[in-house]
Design a protein around this ligand. Structure first.
Ligand code: ARG
Length: 450
């Protein structure tokens, strides 16, 4: 038997063990609501004052850890309201005037998401900072660039790091968009139809720092688009971190031997003493799966719901909190792990100089001597096959041999090196050192302006 009992179902609908995380948002919303009710003459000013003082006392209790959470009261809202009434008496019973738990929870989730977006953007910025620092530290180091995980063309390591900077920059953009679109106060929508009191929704929006009030009460209590957007942005950001993780796993293998991770971000094996496993990168890659799962979870919860509020919506929380925790902890790990990652510059530079990677440059060289690119490409393909069959590198090939494949080859062909190849890619966005310096300057200015 894995279940406690088959009879008692009373805990099935209870959410207090996870929605208590929203206590600060819930209390802030209630204070703004109570102040507005008094302002509008809907409840007595003295009662509102007592409610606001009482809610601060409740918050203190929660933060001290001695709040009497009661699962029988099901959720956060009922727990806080009951405790408030216990503390301040009948005035507490006026708090829920002109409000429903439906617009209340919609508010709490928006306030929490807004804070989570701020933290996420700060986390993304710290990882970007670490990438920029790595790019600066190894700014002129050459490495092999890959396609199909086959060595393709030499690039600067800094160019590779800045590629991730750009990905995370788009992630910042996605979270920023999400924050702008969700900046709407749902409170005042009541259960679904609005409320029969002369409320001042704009005053509440101002107090809680929302840009707007929701224009449709039915939409406001039923909408969780902002969560779906947060999940989608989180899934994409984790996908980026997962790709970087995969590279770190490959790079730290003995076969590649490109990087050495700091000791505190590797683990040994329980039986193989030589191991330095890149567990943090692997766990990040793995955790990406659960973040994708939660995105699918929220979309699926929402897809069949008739308007307006349905209790299914309570299932928006656990996956969301899990995604927030996973994303923030992953960003924090990467912000701390990357600065300690040491590049094996000797190794990456020697592989970058491997002559086959210059085959494109040699084709371009022939183009420079008047050969059409497609023909030059064919010459180089035959030349590479020839060298490979003889176990030779292109740089060892005598000029007479080169000329058997194309008469345009001359002694200056030996001037084509990895460094020259990189320097030649001097168009905007290319890997030439001055272009990478531009990319680095751009990245730094983005980081200092935010
Ligand atoms: N715990 C609920 C949720 O998370 C709060 C709203 C409950 N509303 C209701 N009518 N039962 O969605």
């Amino acid at each position: 038997m894995v279940s406690k009992t088959m009879q008692d179902h009373s805990d099935y609908t209870v959410s207090i063990h996870y929605d208590r995380r929203l206590y600060r948002q819930d209390i802030a919303g209630s204070k703004a609501h109570a102040a507005m009710l008094a302002q509008q003459g809907i409840i007595p000013r003295d009662d509102a004052d007592a409610i606001i003082v009482g809610l601060s006392a409740v918050q203190d209790e929660i933060e001290r850890g001695d709040f009497p959470w009661d699962p029988a009261l099901e959720d956060l809202h009922m727990n806080i309201e009951r405790r408030l009434t216990d503390l301040i008496g009948p005035a507490g019973a006026r708090l829920h005037t002109g409000r429903s738990r439906n617009d209340q929870i919609a508010l709490d989730m928006r306030l929490y998401t807004r804070a989570a977006i701020d933290d996420t953007i700060a986390g993304l910025r710290s990882v970007q900072r670490a990438l920029v620092d790595l790019a600066g530290q190894y700014q002129e180091v050459l490495m092999p660039g890959y396609t199909h995980l086959q060595r393709a063309q030499p690039v600067l390591f800094a160019h590779h790091m800045l590629a991730y900077f750009e990905m995370l920059q788009r992630d910042v953009g996605r979270f920023t968009d999400c924050a702008v679109r969700m900046d709407v106060l749902p409170l005042g929508s009541g259960a679904l139809a609005g409320v029969p009191y002369p409320t001042d929704r704009i005053a509440v929006a101002l107090a809680l720092e929302f840009a707007e009030i929701s224009p449709n009460s039915m939409d406001a209590v039923a909408d969780r688009d902002f969560l779906a957007e947060f999940h989608a942005a989180a899934a994409i950001a984790m996908m980026h971190i997962s790709r970087l993780s995969e590279e770190i796993v490959i790079w730290s293998s003995r076969e590649f031997d490109f990087v050495r991770l700091p000791d505190e971000f590797t683990t040994g094996s329980s039986i193989m003493p030589q191991k330095r496993n890149p567990d943090f990168a692997e766990i990040a890659r793995g955790k990406t799966g659960r973040v994708y799962g939660s995105l699918m979870g929220i979309l699926t919860v929402l897809k069949g719901l008739p308007l307006t509020y349905n209790r299914d919506l309570q299932e928006d929380k656990e996956g969301f909190f899990d995604t927030v925790d996973t994303l923030l902890s992953t960003l924090s790990v990467f912000a701390d792990m990357l600065p300690g990652m040491k590049l094996n510059t000797h190794r990456v530079e020697s592989l970058a100089s491997e002559s086959y990677m210059l085959a494109t440059d040699l084709a371009d060289y022939l183009v420079g001597k008047g050969v059409p690119f497609r023909d030059a490409h064919g010459v180089m393909r035959r030349l590479c096959q020839h060298c490979e069959a003889d176990g030779m590198s292109l740089s060892d090939l005598p000029i007479a041999e080169y000329q058997r494949f194309a008469p345009q080859f001359d002694d200056d062909v030996y001037a084509i090196t990895a460094a020259a190849s990189v320097a030649a890619r001097d168009n905007p966005g290319g890997t030439a050192p001055n272009r990478v310096a531009e990319g680095l300057a751009r990245a730094k200015s983005i980081l200092t302006s935010t």
